[in-house]
Each structure stands twice: as structure tokens, then as C-alpha cells.
Design a protein around this ligand. Structure first.
Ligand code: IUR
Length: 455
């Protein structure tokens, strides 16, 4: 593509944005087409991204960018009668919500083509967690996704080559040019991919807190409201929750250990905060897509599917459909003593002791994740190998009264000596007087699809 093909050249487009101008829909279309076809140089893409980062975009520009990106590749089309739903989380520590949520929704009769990501920096990735299970294949073709949805109702897969190719190019260049944290770029990246999935309803879990991308509620709310507006304007019924992300979700952080906890949740057990998130997100989706008349009815149905074993059955079927041997899938879903017969267990388990008497006021998820990352549970750049067996089990609950010498965490590790990490690990446990503890739920607010600014 050259300037002869268009009324405006790429350098002119960049200059327009650099000088604070507004790009038209056609100009944004030209830019995205250039990105998708490889007709625009990477230096020019980087310059445009930086101009967007600095000058921002109006709501119309953001929407046009989102729509053009969504249409840069294949978009899923489903049978009319299907209720197709998904959720997206902005990333947290110990976030294994997708593992029970997708099969619980499928057990309610929805179709869930969950396209997930890998972990980067301190946040874990759903695909990595599932790959702790031997045989699980995250790469499925569009045809395979369609077949699994028909047969099982849910799948959890990686991004396919054909879906939103413009985002793959833009995301890599954003990473290399310090332009990831731009509201219009984040919105267009997330919503274009969800829009291409052909959803009836989308739920966003926007996290805030010390272990989240957004540290405070106000900035997370601004992102959530913008995402909800963009999703709905693109024709996908979209709502959001704002959820707290200081302490890890549940009692485990890592890959294999988180799969164990997700299996417990699917068996109607597991930690309350994990269950609460699954029920809130799932209930909201059922209500938004029209399956349930009220939010409460949606939440009750998800609770039932976790408690009566139907969500677990869907999970087992999904494992088999995505490459896990039938007897392995069945054993994981039937017997908790079999978890580490199939998933790799780390060579060492070391427990750390509480250093002072007091109540557990908080657990610093970020501090904990950073240590686990160093022990091999995470990756620093995409494509790096990770150690699925590394992880942590937190042995105390928030608000619990603990005594000096009691074990509070069990670290699963393969390096022979953990002692150099003790100081950083101990910093993650915040102990204080009982009267300073205030119990709060994970979910702080809902952002309504029909009125995002009035939550
Ligand atoms: N996840 C995405 O898919 N896109 C983004 O820009 C971010 C997270 I930040």
C-alpha cells in the first residue's frame, strides 16, 4: 500500500494524531489494514502508537479502531439459537476462575468459546495452568472449537492465527515501545478479540489493587466503564465487575496447584472467595444473555451446577475433547488423591512459619508471585518455558488469628535451597491486631451494560 492508494499517506496520518487531531473512520481503517497486510513499516506503527498514547483517542476513534481490528481477520459465526458467552479478566494472582466458570456455564446450556492468554510478568495465565494437565492442547483450529462447542459446550483455547491478526502485530509493538498502558489501545485490543468471538454476552473482571494493573478503584472503574461502553456499542452485551486484587484468589498460586483448587471448586468445595467470583461472574452472564430472568436466579443456577457435579462433568468432557486421555481426565475429576499422580509434583515442599502472633490482615499477592516467578512458575518474555510444578499453598485465611511458629505457607519448589527467598516470602504475610481486620468481598462493584456510568 502506498500513498497513491489512499488520500492520505502513513506519515501524514501519524502527523495528524501527533498534533492532536482526530482520525476519521476511513483513516483508522487505512492504518489497521496497513498493519494487517504488513504494508506499513514497524517504525511507522510504533510512531502512531506513541502518538495515540500521548494524545489519546475520542470515543468514536476508539470504537472505529476496535471495529477495524475486530474485522482484520476471521470472525466466529454461530447457530442463531446458541447463547454464546465469555469473560475476560485483566489479570491477577491466583486467578483460576475460568477453569470452573466455563464448564459451569456450559452446564447451564450456554456455549463458551473461551480464548485465554498465557501468563506474563507476575500474572498467571489460564493456558499455562491447563497445560499442567498432561495431554491438554490449547491450540485448536476454528473447526475444532466449533466441534467442541457442539459436543461439550465449552473450550479454553489459545488465540487462533486467523482471529484479529492486527492485534498480534500491534500488541508486540506496544510491548516494545512502552505503549501498552493506553486506554484506547487496551480497549481496542481486548474488545476487538471478544467481538470477533461472536458473543451474545461478555463479562469483564477488571481488577484493582496492589497486585493488579490498576492500583486504585477509580482508575479501574474508568477502564471498566470504557470497556463496557465499547463492547455494547460494538453489539456485544457487555458488563463488568470491579474486583479486589491484593491477596491471591483462593489459597493457591502457581500452575498445577491452581488446577487442584479449581477441581475442588468444581466439586462444590474449595475457597469461598473463588466460589464467590465464579458465581457472581457466571450469574451476571446468565442474566445478561437472557438465560436467567434475574441476577439472583443466574447466581443460583451456577451454584447448583458447582454443587451437583454437572459443571465437573463438563470439565471432564472438555479435558477429553482437548486431548487429555479419558482415564486421566476421569481420575482427576473423581479422586483428589490422584491430582499429583497425573500432574508433576515439585521435588520439595517447604513450610514457612509465622514470625509473630496476630491476625492475618492481608497477603501480598504481588510479593508472593514475584518469588514464585523466580522459582520458575512464571515467564519474563513470551515463549519462555515455565515449571508447572512450582507454586504455593497458603495455609491461613484472611482474618485468622495465628501464632508464632505456626506454618502459614507451603512452597512447592525444585531448587534445593529456598532460604534466600525467605525474607521476601515473609514480607507477603501482613500480620496485625484483630481490630484492624475488616472482611471485604472480592467483588466491589458491578458496571451495568445499559448504564455503565451509573454503577
Ligand atoms: N489483554 C489484552 O488482550 N490486551 C491488552 O491490551 C491488555 C491485556 I493491557
Amino acid at each position: 500500500m502506498s500513498s497513491k492508494d489512499n488520500t492520505i499517506s502513513f506519515p501524514e496520518l501519524i502527523k495528524l494524531k501527533r498534533d492532536g487531531g482526530q482520525l476519521s473512520e476511513a483513516e483508522i481503517g487505512t492504518f489497521v489494514l496497513g498493519v494487517t497486510l504488513g504494508a506499513i513499516q514497524k517504525t511507522q506503527i510504533g510512531a502512531m502508537l506513541m502518538a495515540i498514547w500521548q494524545k489519546g483517542m475520542t470515543e468514536e476513534e476508539t470504537l472505529a479502531l476496535t471495529r477495524e481490528m475486530m474485522n482484520s481477520g476471521e470472525t466466529f459465526k454461530w447457530p442463531e439459537e446458541w447463547l454464546v458467552v465469555d469473560k475476560h479478566s485483566t489479570g491477577g494472582v491466583g486467578d483460576k476462575v475460568s477453569l470452573p466458570l466455563a464448564p459451569a456455564l456450559a452446564a447451564c446450556g450456554c456455549k463458551v468459546p473461551m480464548i485465554s492468554g498465557r501468563g506474563l510478568a507476575h500474572t498467571g495465565g489460564t493456558l499455562d495452568k491447563l497445560e499442567s494437565i498432561p495431554g491438554f492442547k490449547v491450540n485448536q483450529s476454528v473447526e475444532q472449537v466449533k466441534q467442541i462447542l457442539k459436543d461439550v459446550g465449552c473450550c479454553i483455547v489459545g488465540q487462533t492465527e486467523s482471529l484479529v491478526p492486527a492485534d498480534r502485530v500491534l500488541y508486540a509493538i506496544r510491548d516494545a515501545t512502552s505503549t501498552v498502558d493506553s486506554l484506547p489501545l487496551i480497549i481496542s485490543s481486548i474488545i476487538s478479540k471478544k467481538g470477533a468471538e461472536g458473543l451474545s454476552a461478555l463479562m469483564l473482571d477488571v481488577k484493582f489493587g496492589s497486585a493488579a494493573l490498576y492500583k486504585d478503584l477509580d482508575s479501574a472503574r474508568q477502564l471498566a466503564q470504557s470497556l463496557v461502553t465499547a463492547g455494547n456499542k460494538l453489539g456485544v452485551k457487555t458488563g463488568a465487575v470491579l474486583s479486589r486484587m491484593n491477596a491471591p484468589i483462593g489459597q493457591t498460586v502457581g500452575n498445577a496447584v491452581e488446577v487442584c483448587e479449581a477441581l475442588e471448586c468444581l466439586k462444590g468445595r474449595g475457597p469461598d472467595d473463588l466460589k464467590e467470583l465464579v458465581i457472581d461472574l457466571g450469574g451476571y452472564l446468565l442474566w445478561m444473555c437472557g438465560h436467567s430472568c434475574t441476577l439472583e436466579a443466574g447466581k443460583s443456577e451456577i451454584t447448583l451446577k458447582l454443587e451437583n457435579g454437572e459443571a465437573l462433568k463438563k470439565f471432564e468432557a472438555m479435558l477429553k475433547a482437548q486431548g487429555v486421555l479419558a482415564d486421566v481426565a476421569h481420575s482427576l475429576c473423581s479422586n483428589e488423591s490422584d491430582y499429583f499422580k497425573h500432574m508433576k509434583r515439585a521435588a520439595h515442599q517447604t513450610e514457612l512459619e509465622v514470625l509473630d502472633d496476630g491476625a492475618v490482615l492481608d497477603i501480598d499477592g504481588l510479593a508472593l508471585a514475584k518469588v514464585l516467578h523466580k522459582l520458575g512458575a512464571g515467564r519474563t518474555k513470551s515463549g519462555e518455558e515455565i515449571d508447572y510444578s512450582v507454586g504455593a499453598e497458603i495455609l491461613v485465611k484472611m482474618g485468622q488469628q495465628v501464632q508464632k511458629g505456626e506454618s502459614w505457607i507451603r512452597i512447592h519448589h525444585n531448587c534445593p535451597d529456598l532460604s534466600t527467598h525467605y525474607p521476601d516470602l515473609q514480607k507477603a504475610l501482613i500480620i496485625g491486631s484483630r481490630d484492624k481486620y475488616k472482611a471485604v468481598s472480592r467483588v466491589a462493584e458491578f458496571i451495568d451494560p445499559d448504564n455503565p456510568s451509573m454503577s
